[in-house]
Design a binder for this molecule. Structure first.
Ligand SMILES: CC(C)(COP(=O)(O)OP(=O)(O)OC[C@H]1O[C@@H](n2cnc3c(N)ncnc32)[C@H](O)[C@@H]1OP(=O)(O)O)[C@@H](O)C(=O)NCCC(=O)NCCS
Length: 178
């Protein structure tokens, strides 16, 4: 399913719209954008339109387009939600490279985390990030994610194996602000 509109100071999370798919085609063709993502292959317009349709209909994903500076800049979501155990896996991409380093991921994660705990009544959010992806980890830690482990030599990229950082945030830790 798509999440509802969530407005922050500089970032808005919103459901997908007609015309969004073409942005993702451009972003996923750029290896600088995909280097830390699990999805590293480029996609066609049709594949991306199908993906958006599928994720909009999914009952165990909540997904948003991220907007800033009046345009779509990326996407974020809560995936593989287990409604009984009240947990899910989070992910994010900022595809517009001129929008990196402006605090947009940090704000998008804050909006997503609040929605997950206050509206979806989830108990825990989990994620996995390349240990080299310092920006993503910093942004996650600001939303309360804590280290639970390192997955060793999990993915192969640019000629070498990379470790993954495993982070989680529990709702009561987040409620206590830390
Ligand atoms: C990783 C990504 C999500 C970060 O988004 P962002 O909007 O640039 O992040 P923010 O601006 O909120 O920055 C978060 C922190 O990381 C720092 N940072 C930003 N870019 C950085 C970089 N290239 N190297 C090190 N630190 C960086 C920021 O300065 C900030 O920390 P600070 O406030 O202490 O200075 C974004 O670059 C992206 O989507 N990249 C491509 C896809 C991807 O890697 N997704 C994440 C997969 S888990």
């Amino acid at each position: 399913m798509f999440g509802p509109v969530l407005k922050g100071d500089n970032v808005t999370l919103r459901p997908a719209r007609e015309g969004d798919a073409e942005h993702f085609v451009r972003w996923f063709a750029d290896m600088e954008v995909t280097r830390h993502l699990s999805r590293r292959a480029a996609v066609s317009l049709q594949q991306e339109q199908e993906f958006l349709k599928k994720i909009g209909e999914s009952k165990d994903d909540v997904w948003w387009v991220i907007e800033a500076e009046g345009k779509p800049i990326g996407a974020t979501g809560i995936h593989r939600i287990d409604w009984l155990d009240a947990n899910g896996m989070t992910g994010i991409m900022i595809g517009e490279k001129d929008c990196w380093g402006k605090g947009y991921a940090t704000e998008a994660m804050r909006l997503r985390t609040r929605y997950a705990f206050r509206e979806l009544n989830l108990h825990k959010l989990m994620t996995e990030v390349d240990t080299e992806n310092v920006a993503s980890r910093k942004a996650l830690e600001r939303s309360g994610y804590r280290t639970v482990g390192i997955r060793r030599e999990q993915n192969f990229r640019e000629g070498k194996w990379n470790d993954r950082w495993l982070g989680e945030v529990l709702r009561d830790e987040w409620e206590r602000g830390g």
